[in-house]
Design a protein around this ligand. Structure first.
Ligand SMILES: [Mn+2]
Length: 344
């Protein structure tokens, strides 16, 4: 049996769900949104099933195609009593595209205090499957959306056009439009199924990548113009200060893809971007162009991800004797960690 065949206990749990609540990680990306919305639509298409998608953050404009029908609901802060009751009233809680409780943000507590069985569907390495009643974690899967497509096929029924769009957004964003190493035969198999179901790649590519604001493109220019190199060009990195974002009115979710632009430098093996989110708080996005596994670097600083795309955050203080993290300290810490692991 292939790894991509949904296991029977998972299908049983999904078939039994009548009032499932589905959620995903904070600042949802294309795969998080596409997979979650698509599964809610697949489950909700069954007689007597009311599926609810709860997000911690709104759907970014460029990802609206992942939720054509606008079914996702946003709980922007600590859930109210009524919202907590809805989560408590779910008969299954389905978590997609992350297995880390902290990544659920302010939904973590209601999700993990609910008596409903928790189901995980994810393609990241799962550190602790025991916190889920059913965990389907398939790191070889190109996207979480690819797993949802397998579920849709196993449950049967028509693949609706809007579900196919959601899944195509999930698959294409996580594989970099079939350029990354996770663009495996399973990714192309999914692409064929979704294309046959009516998705329009040109329309979706424009919606996703050709809708930048002038401010965002200028900010990307700033990042590129200030790039630095390490280890004779094998490491390429840049930084972005919070003032630049605030001044130009750029929401942080619009920074998606900035780090990937650094990969255009020839000879770069590892690239990273440090973004100051607010004074003293930093987000580091790492990418590997070759064999170097950057996942341990992210894990070293309390983050996670994949071998070729990972991230971590810095806040608080590097050690008790010093003040809070600064851009320089974060850059130094990441560079040192990479330097130690990068073969001569
Ligand atoms: Mn994903």
């Amino acid at each position: 049996m292939s790894n991509f065949e949904p296991p029977p206990p998972l299908l049983e749990a999904l078939r039994a769900a009548r009032r499932p609540v589905l959620c995903t990680h904070i600042y949802p990306d294309g795969d998080a949104l596409g997979s979650t919305v698509a599964l809610a639509r697949v489950l909700g298409a069954q007689e007597g099933v009311e599926a609810t998608v709860l997000l911690t953050h709104p759907v970014p404009d460029k990802l609206l195609a992942a939720d054509s029908r606008g079914i996702a609901e946003v709980i922007p802060g600590e859930p109210t009593a009524a919202q907590r009751e809805r989560i408590a009233g779910a008969d299954r809680i389905i978590v997609l595209d992350t297995s880390e409780p902290e990544r659920l943000g302010h939904l973590r507590e209601p999700v993990f205090s609910s008596a409903a069985p928790r189901v995980l569907i994810d393609h990241h390495i799962c550190e602790d499957p025991s916190i889920f009643d059913v965990a389907w974690s398939v790191p070889e899967s190109p996207s979480t959306g690819s797993l949802v497509l397998r579920i849709q096929e196993a449950l049967g029924g028509d693949l609706e056009a809007d579900v196919a769009r959601s899944l195509f957004v999930a698959l294409t964003t996580d594989t970099g439009w079939f350029r990354y190493s996770n663009a495996t035969p399973e990714a192309f198999r999914g692409a064929e199924v979704l294309r046959r179901a009516g998705v329009d790649p040109e329309e979706l590519h424009q919606a996703l990548y050709e809708t930048s604001t002038p401010e965002r493109t200028r900010a990307l220019g700033d990042v590129l113009s200030r790039l630095e190199i390490g280890r004779g060009g094998r490491i390429v990195y840049s930084t972005l200060q919070v003032e630049a974002l605030v001044e130009q009115g750029i929401p942080r979710e619009e920074l998606d893809g900035f780090v990937d632009a650094l990969k255009q430098v020839g000879g770069a093996e590892i690239v990273f971007l440090v973004v100051e989110l607010s004074p003293g708080r930093y987000k580091v996005s790492l990418r590997s162009k070759g064999a170097f596994d950057i996942h341990p670097i992210a894990v070293r600083f309390g983050g996670g991800g994949h071998a070729k795309a990972a991230g971590c955050r810095f806040e608080g203080s590097p050690d008790p004797d010093r003040g809070s993290w600064t851009m320089e300290l974060v850059v130094d810490a990441v560079l040192r960690e990479i330097d130690e692991r990068l073969a001569p």
